[in-house]
Design a protein around this ligand. Structure first.
Ligand SMILES: Nc1ncnc2c1ncn2[C@@H]1O[C@H](COP(=O)(O)OP(=O)(O)OP(=O)(O)O)[C@@H](O)[C@H]1O
Length: 493
């Protein structure tokens, strides 16, 4: 076992430097010319550049290689322009004298940098050129691809050419050939990939293939949930999460409609106002993420309400207790993807819905609560963020096996509507007296009018009764933290 610090003498141009890795960070001096280069064109760079040395955390180091010219090349993805700004790819090339010593240093450092993580992953990459405002191709070429290459990752790339293309690819993919499926898109493509995997006859194996999310859509709910409000739209941070992350188990919701339709939702099942905002704002796509806010304000002011029968199996309905549980969860050790679970049938081919499907009668023993009313919105979710500035379900956790259910009543009123809208930006709306926020095991919603919108992960779904049930850890998502970014205020983490 090599002992810390791991030291290596090298030259950066004519400047002699010492590279020191202590198990936490890699540090080296910068010659003055490099310091001014680093400072030029960037905002205050923090102590790292301005004080004449550069520091990278272990997690930020993408690769250390020895070039054909026998130079030592270090690639990292780190914040350079301030901690809240997008990380950037930095590559340093050092001249070295003793190749054997350098090679040993490189091996020792890389062993730590990629401890418990496969180095040089091979990805299936799906880029939706029409996602969001149509920037996904540029995002891929300018930012994501150079980072994957610098990290020594390889990939097989497909630009999606039509709706459901991502689903077809996931359904037919040789899953053993890849370490993960990465989408450069919004949540619609991720929804398709998940459903493609779950439709396979070998779903038991296929759903273990982790997913990676690079934000290239309008909402990018998964990216925001993984990386938080400040970094959710940052492509480089998302790529780092994919290259250096481990498989975090993530619950899926099975959704049944009619007598036979079943599919899976990983994000949001919405009815009423939020569904209208999601699906009824397609014509505002040019606005980017602002379309959601713009449309929501209009809907709230119109005070529209939607009649339905709502049935749910409560797990917790007190928001203070939900907040306590959230804080407890944040203080527990992270759980990484488990290789087994118990919700498959005997052939290990089908996921069993414990609470039946929407066409079945509700079983009394399951503890259903049934109510019939007009509501402004009823939204189930497994992710805390819907989009930038919309933390609609702040207590949502990746793998608690429960659905977070948000209900706005019919008599919201304009004043409360505005307060709630403002609250959604940080997730504090759940404490508003007019808002109901529950943790449920399953819910069933039956619209009591003829037409409207139902949105499942942003996808248009027939306006008919549906039932949603959470299944624990059915898929996994690459993540460095192993949990979603903090979305509920209070507590220590
Ligand atoms: N080449 C294509 N032409 C038309 N539609 C496509 C194409 N490729 C994918 N799609 C469809 O585009 C839809 C939206 O994609 P995506 O989720 O990437 O973006 P978004 O809707 O802007 O983002 P978000 O879901 O985060 O709001 C998906 O339902 C997908 O089926």
């Amino acid at each position: 076992m090599a002992s810390f610090p791991l030291l290596l003498s090298a030259h950066l141009g004519d400047f002699q430097v010492q590279l020191a890795y202590n198990g936490q960070v890699l540090q080296f001096d910068l010659p003055e010319v490099e310091v001014s280069k680093q400072q030029a064109g960037c905002l205050p760079c923090g102590p790292t550049a301005s004080s004449g040395f550069r520091v990278f955390k272990t997690v930020e180091i993408l690769n250390i290689s020895i070039s054909q010219e026998h130079s030592l090349v270090i690639a990292a993805c780190a914040p350079k322009h301030g901690v809240d700004k997008e990380s950037v790819l930095e590559i340093f090339t050092f001249n070295v004298k003793d190749l054997a010593l350098t090679s040993q240093w490189r091996t020792d450092v890389l062993n730590h940098v990629y401890k418990g993580i496969k180095k040089g992953r091979h990805f299936k990459i799906l880029v939706n050129p029409f996602g969001g405002q149509g920037h996904a191709k540029r995002i891929w070429e300018h930012t994501a691809e150079p980072l994957f290459k610098a990290a020594g990752c390889t990939y097989d790339l497909t630009y999606t050419t039509h709706r459901y293309h991502a689903k077809e690819i996931a359904r037919d993919l040789d899953i053993r050939a890849y370490d993960a499926i990465v989408s450069v898109s919004g949540d619609g493509v991720i929804h398709e990939v998940i459903n493609g995997l779950m439709e396979r006859p070998d779903a038991i194996i296929a759903h273990k293939l982790p997913l990676g999310a690079v934000p290239g859509g309008s909402g990018n709910a998964l990216s925001f949930s993984l990386l938080g409000e400040k970094h959710g739209a940052h492509v480089a941070n998302a790529v780092l999460n994919i290259v250096k992350g481990k498989a975090m188990p993530v619950d899926l919701c099975s959704v049944t409609q009619g007598d036979s339709s079943r599919f899976f939702s990983f994000e949001l099942q919405s009815f009423g106002l939020i569904a209208d905002v999601d699906l009824g704002s397609e014509h505002l796509r040019w606005m980017g993420e602002a379309r959601f806010t713009f449309s929501a304000v209009g809907k709230l002011l119109s005070q529209a309400t939607y009649p339905c029968e709502l049935a749910y199996i409560p797990a917790e309905n007190n928001i203070k207790k939900i907040q306590e549980q959230y804080n407890e969860y944040r203080n527990q050790p992270v759980i990484w993807a488990d290789q087994t679970h118990d919700e498959l049938d005997q052939d290990h081919r089908t996921i069993i819905d414990r609470y039946g499907r929407v066409s079945d009668p509700l079983k009394e023993n399951d503890g259903w609560v049934v109510e019939k009313d007009h509501y402004a919105t009823v939204v189930g979710a497994k992710l805390p963020w819907i989009s930038k500035g919309s933390v609609s379900h702040p207590a949502a956790q990746p793998n608690d096996g429960l659905i977070d259910l948000l209900i706005f009543p019919k008599d919201l009123g304009r004043m409360a509507g505005v307060q709630i809208m403002i609250g959604v930006e940080t997730g504090v709306h759940v404490f508003h007296e007019k808002v109901r926020y529950l943790k449920v095991k399953a819910f069933r919603l039956s619209p009591q009018n003829q037409s409207g919108y139902i949105s499942m992960d942003g996808e248009h779904t027939p306006y008919a009764p549906y039932q949603v049930e959470a299944h624990r850890g059915l898929v996994s998502v690459l993540s460095i933290e192993g949990r979603y970014a903090r979305s509920m205020s209070g507590g220590s983490k």
